[in-house]
Every structure is written in C-alpha cells, then in structure tokens.
Design a protein around this ligand. Sequence first.
Ligand code: PEP
Ligand code: MG
Length: 751
Amino acid sequence: MLKMMQRIIQEVNAAHSAQEALHIVVERVCEAIGVEACSIFVLDRSTHRYMLIASRGFREGVNGVISLAEDQGLVGLVGQREEPINLNNASVHPNYHYIPRTGEEKYKAFLGVPIIHQRRVLGVLVAQQTKARIFGADEEAFLVTISTQLSDLIAHAQSAGVLSRSTNQTDKRIVGIPGVSGVAIGTAVIAYPLASLDAVPDRKVKDIAVEIDIFNKALVRTREEIKMLSERLSHHLPLEEQDLFDAYLRILDNESLGIEVIAVIKQGQWAQGALKQVIAHHSRLYEEMDDAYLRERGADLRDIGRRVLSYLQADAREKIIYPERAVLMGDEITPARLAEAPREKVVAIVTAKGSINSHVVIIARAMGIPTIIGAEGLLLSDLENKPVIVDAYHGVVYIDPSKTLLEEFARLEAEEKELSRSLEKLHGVPAQTPDGYRIPLYVNTGLVGDIQASLSVGAEGVGLYRTEVPFMVRDRFPSEEEQRIIYRQLLEAFTPRPVTMRTLDIGGDKVLPYFPIEEPNPFLGWRGIRITLDHPEIFLVQVRAMIHASKDCNNLQIMLPMITSLHEVIDAKVLITRAYEELREEGHDVVMPKIGAMIEVPSAVYQAELIAQQVDFLSVGSNDLIQYILAVDRNNFRVANLYEGLHPAIINALLHIVRAAHAQDKKVSLCGEMAGDPTCAILLLAMGFDSLSMSSASLPRVKWVIRNFNLSRAQELLQEVLLMHHSKAIRTHLEKALEESGLGGLIRAGK
Ligand code: PEP
Ligand code: MG
C-alpha cells in the first residue's frame, strides 16, 4: 500500500494540470483497492452543490456536468458527518440517492471519505463496487490518506480557478502571499525563463581554445548587460539595493564563475555543457541551505547562468512588448528581469516562487510596486495578455475580471493614489496624535531596509539594524575594519538621530555559509546571543567595530537579541565595556553606547523588570515573541493563520513588558512587524510604548494613523480589548474603530 501511495503521489506531482492529476487519482484508486468505480465530488459553496469533477466507472461525459445538492445522497451525508461511510449495499441506505445518467445503479459496495482542507469540507472521494462487501480497514485508511493528498491539490486548483467550469466560479482568482501591498489593474506580461540550462546536453569537443573563446565572449556580453541593467535601475533604487548587481558582477568575474567553467571545458566539455555543470553544482549547494535568504541567492545564480547561456546560443532574445500598464508575471522573477522592463510601465508583480526575503520583493518594495509572491497555480501559458487585477493587500490576482470588479478596483486604485500623495506630505511632520501625544517612529534596516528610503519617509532614527546582512553576503566573517566602514555609513547618515544596532543574530533560519549549524530544532537551539557569547572573539570584533564607527557621531545604541536569562545581559555588558575600554586605551575618543535588551522570548517577559534594571532600554522583538509564546513557527505557512499578534496572550505580555520597563524608568520600543501594522499600532500606542520601529514602507501609514487617532480613544480601545478573549474578535473590533475614524484605507484597498 505504501509503495502504491508513493507512486500515486509522484504521478500526481508530475501531472501537468489539476484535471490530469484528478484523473490519475481515480484511475489508481480503482487499481489499488480493486474497485470498478471511483469518483471525486467538489463542493461549490456559492451554489451549495457537490459537482462531479472526475470519475472512473461512470458513463462518459458526466464529469463537470452532474451535481448533487449539498445535503443530498450519501455524498452529502459524508460531507455533513465529516467522516468515512463504508456500506455493504448502498442502495438500501435511507440516504441513498441514485445519481441519474451516471450508470452507478449497478454498484452496491460504497466507501465515501470527506476531502477536508483547513477544517473545511472541500469535497468527497468515493469508491464503489458491484459486489456487495464491506471495505477493509486498510482500504478505508488508504482512501483517507489519498483524500488528505487531494485536499491541497483541490484547494489550489480552486483558488487558481482551474476547476471553474465545473464549480461555476465567476471571477477567476489566483491566491498568493502579499509581498508589497497595493492594488493595480493591468495586462499580464509573462516573464518566461531565459534559455533553459537543464535542456543543454553534454557534448565532447576537440578544439578547446575555441570553446574557451566563445565562453569568454559570452561572459563579457553578459557583464555588459548587467551593468546596463544596473544603471537603468540606479535612478529608482537606493544605494544599498544596488549592491545586488555588484554581487551579480562578482559572480561573473573571470576569477569566480569563469575559472570553474573553463576548468570543465579543459576536460573536453563544450562551453554550454560546462556552464550547465558549474551552475547546477552551485545552485544545488544553495538550495540545500536552511537559510531562506541564501536559498534566494541560488535563484540569482541560475538567472546569471541562463543569461550567459543565451549569449552562448547566440539566440536573439525575444523582445517583450510592454503594454502601458504591465503586470509582470512569472514562475520566478529575478531582479535583472525586473530591470529589463521599463519602470514606468510595470504596475505590479506576481510570482509563483519567491519569499518575502527574495531580492525582487526587496526591490519592488523600494520601488513601490505592489507584489504578490507564492501565487501557486499560475498557469502562465493561459495568462499572456489577459487583463488582470492585483490586490496585493489580500494576495489575490483576478484574471479576466468582470466589468463590475474592474470598476470597483479602478475606484480603489484612484483612491490609493490619492492616499499615497497625502502620505508623501507627511515626510516632515511628527507622529503626534490629535490630542497631543508624540511617539517617535524609527525604521528597521538591514535585510529589507535602506538608508535613502528611511530618510525620505522621515524616520527619526533606526530602531533595529539587522547586522546579519554583511555577514551573509561574504564567504567568511567580515573583518573589524570591514564592519566599521559599513556601520559608519549608517551612523553618519542618521546622525544625530539614534541608530540601534543589534549584535549578530544568526541561528534559527539565518545561517552563514561558512559557519554551518546543523540542528534538529534550530529555533530552540544555538541562536542570537547564545552563539556570540560562546564566541567572544566574534562578539568583541563586532562591538569594537560598532563603537569605533560611532566616533564623533555618538548616536549608537547596541541591542542584544534572544535574551533568555539575566546572566546573558550581564556577560554581554562586560564584553561591550571591555571593547569600549580597549578602544579608549588605543586612543580613540569614543563614547560608551546605550545598551538595550530584546524581549522576544517568554522567559524574558517574566524577567523584564530585572533585565530593564541592567540595561538602558528594552525593545520587543514581536516576530519572535509571537512565535515563542504561541508555539507557532513564524515561517510555516501551514500554521500561518495561528500566528496572530493580537492574541490576548500577546497583548498581556506586551503590556507587562511596558510596565516592567517603566517601573525601572527605562524606555521600551517595539521593532517587530506588528509595529508597522496600523491596526496593531494603535494598541501599542495605548500601551505606552516609547517608540515604534518598522520597515520604511510601513512608516508613512503608521504615521498617518497616529496623526488621525486620539490617544484617549486608543486607550479606551485597549481597555475594551483587554476584556476580549479571541484574536479575531479583537482584530475586527480594532478595524471597525479605524473604519469609523475614516482610516479604513490604511488596512485595505481604497480610501
Ligand atoms: C523580532 O523577532 O521581532 C525581530 C525584530 O527580529 P527578527 O525578525 O530579525 O528576528
Ligand atoms: Mg527576533
């Protein structure tokens, strides 16, 4: 059975369409448990009917035509009970309802199992046989297992609208994950992958010098192309993001990719084959990495490989004609691909792959292009030149939308533009409530941030500088001087505004390629301060670089991540003081920075007051705090619906932290994603946080809320919310309050 199951799963995964996959399932179920009929019904919630979408053993032409009412027949009963029904002779069951025109009256034995996805019944899977018999426990278990596999498949197919003929959906939708919020209406332009490296065959050559020459020429042309693309984007991108293209150029350097490919050519392989081998080897290494950021670098490498290949193949690149409002869609869109498109014409981006760490999202955010990632079920060939609507607030793409939907979104889009214009005007004004409460708004930089954008939105400082990035993009630890130069840029750009630098926070999902950590449970393992205290040489070099960099700027604050016990704070302070004293002894006129602790682990919540006593400030890392308090992996999409900052337990924890800090007369900030969510921000304001730190893209919206929402009203809401027991109810309550204050446009499309 297990072998059979694995075979079915493999075949289903390899299917080219949802229909083909469903067909495979009904065929294989019949073979596996020796029945004559197998059928799949999918529930259409708009018509309350089960539609037959795939079958074997029924008459021809019934799929997509036959349907049953939601409460009709044994199919309806399986759906209602949400459990299998196993009958010797279905026709004598009181709920039996012969489905006309299918020819199913000859079947007696009946086994129906529900298909359930995220607690909701999606459909029913049925096996039938002429001979009356009860199905064995292993057969029942087999069908239940198949149905769990089917649930993901059907859920995706439904959201992609590919079952729409049978399920009667009106507007076809593809659902993904919001990457950069906003709405846009446009025409789909498909960014097909460049030349395919996988399709290149191995081929032996005799004239090695000629192959090397061909390869070198292709390399030069690719380098020129990347330089040109980089220049084209330079007007739209802040400096930090432009480094990305330098990374591309470094890969293309003769000393790196060049040397390796030429070595393979010298073994007698032709240039195309040698390139394929080298790229495949390296991208496999990247793909095996646990770290999401580094995995994305594998995509960059493959993109470069395809570009070089297209020159090797001397293919005239297909010229894309961009419509005035292009929605760039693709399986995988790389930054270079985005750069090829004229900026003024791209109104949105939709990709099937990618994560919020992917470079294309970082760049799209900097350029303000609404983006959806992880849009599974993107059937690219069907979409070319189709009108589409992108709602990147909810992660929904509407394909070929109806006139009504188009009109609705055109209105929302116009209102969005109006809102953006108003937000731009906020640059120079303080974040102050109408009743006079002022709260500084800071930015988070590092992985997703940039100096230029932060300054242009009027950030009053940096609340979190994630120092991991300079460590991630190298193949060894950066030296003290290298670090000092990087830190100096930030400190200088912001002076006299405070810059809070977090000491190295690796481990968890952030692993350095040259410092591998293999652990079964990395989020509960060697992470953050635990690593750096175990390696004082790394810690000391980093804090020396920070303090040295702050000379004359005097705006540095150092922040310690993943604090779980008081002694970690004490030990880290000893090292920071040592670094400071060393620098003074060496004759550098530096000042001792303020030191803060991050509260992002439940134990630190309970010890918050003791920790506050030891430091100058606290900062809540709500991204981790939520994951550790709720025991919900912050990167796992299966439990993403349980990851909720407005959970009553989190609200209580946050309130406790603020009180603990203030009891010690210390400032407390919050620098997780919650701070950038306008709905959460009003509660944080009421709780008494002294500052909030968020991505530069979120800052104008939060400032807008603060400038339009009275502290007194926020405090009333906090009291109301503290009496509530469920996250959903809390969110709805707060959203309603925002709507009533005319601020609904900040949490959804439109004004
Ligand atoms: C956090 O955990 O909330 C935080 C700000 O840090 P990071 O997201 O880098 O873990
Ligand atoms: Mg954290």
